[in-house]
Design a protein around this ligand. Structure first.
Ligand SMILES: [Zn+2]
Ligand SMILES: [Zn+2]
Length: 313
């Protein structure tokens, strides 16, 4: 089958990749749509905590089983036997594998084997190009798991920042999105989210939110978030970068800020929100490429202006 693989840091389309090994607990999934994530680009550059990934890239997808049912999947597969798996589930298992990220083939391929326990069925009538957002939307909705009384500011108008702003708005929260791209901010403004160009904040902005979400993807995001946070506010970090940021921690102490990391979320909740019609992220799709041109899709995804780049096997 065709697959986009990362081999010794080189990205290439393998036209004759071995078929997935389908274990006794797995289902064979035929990929219908996949989407390029900033994490894929980080892995290409040598993502800080996960250097040297080799194999099929990609973790955002909607696929189809042999019986015709469509599915999305929780991308983390825990060992199922350890203390962390018992209390937190597989998402934080130290021995976990992760589709296209850690020790397990990903979804930029015609087919992929995934444990059946990780699959979530996509309801009939939910468009593939909505369902393909289930994984990043689950990560966006996970922000709602942090308690917050008051307005939220989201920093970063990339795909994840936009999904977080749209998700919080759809769930009735007061949210503003701050970014650097008028055309991207326009997508959020179009559904009623307050937006602001970062340049308009100036160098020394006033605190403005009870929760600030850093989805900038930039090492400077946390510093900016601390400037915008009210005393005793929560800062939710969504950014992972290869470059560590030197940072003055004093504002966290002085203003008694709560800084929490946030990664993956519940795909069932994401599918339910997509099926409800409260949120339609299809305006984020900026390009579609056939799998044969997947290397071009990743290039495109790294260009300024691109949001969701889809791959269609
Ligand atoms: Zn992702
Ligand atoms: Zn485990």
């Amino acid at each position: 089958m065709r697959a986009l693989i990362l081999d010794e840091g080189e990205l290439r389309l393998d036209p004759d990749h071995p078929e997935p090994e389908v274990g006794p607990a797995d289902a064979l999934v035929h990929v219908r749509r996949a989407s390029v994530c900033a994490t894929d680009l980080e892995i290409l550059r040598g993502y800080g905590s996960l250097p040297g990934y080799r194999g099929v890239l990609g973790h955002e997808f909607v696929g189809e089983l042999d019986d015709g049912r469509r599915v999305v999947a929780d991308i983390n597969i825990g060992c199922g036997a350890c203390r962390v798996c018992a209390s937190e589930g597989g998402r934080h298992c130290p021995a976990r594998t992760t589709l296209g990220i850690r020790d397990r083939p990903g979804v930029f391929a015609e087919r992929v084997a995934i444990p059946r326990a990780n699959l979530i069925e996509v309801p009939d009538g939910l468009d593939d190009e909505l369902a393909v957002f289930a994984e990043p939307l689950a990560a966006a909705l996970h922000v709602l798991d942090e308690p917050c009384e008051g307005p939220t500011t989201v920093l970063g108008d990339g795909k994840l920042g936009l999904l977080i702003a749209l998700a919080l708005h759809a769930e009735g929260r007061a949210v503003e999105l701050i970014g650097r791209h008028p055309t991207k901010l326009e997508i959020a403004a179009g559904v009623g989210v307050a937006t602001l160009l970062e340049a308009e904040l100036g160098d020394d902005p006033r605190p403005r939110a009870a929760m600030v979400v850093d989805a900038t993807g930039s090492p400077g995001g946390l510093r900016r978030a601390m400037q915008l946070a009210w005393p005793r506010a929560t800062i939710v970090l969504k950014t992972t970068t290869k470059q560590p940021a030197p940072i003055d921690l004093s504002p966290i102490v002085v203003h008694e800020l709560r800084v929490v990391g946030s990664r993956c979320g519940d795909l069932r909740r994401a599918i339910a929100v997509l099926a409800s019609g409260r949120l339609d992220p299809r305006a984020l799709i900026t390009a579609r490429y056939p799998l044969a041109q997947a290397t071009r899709a990743l290039e495109h995804a790294g260009e300024p202006g691109s949001l969701a780049t889809l791959i269609v096997p």
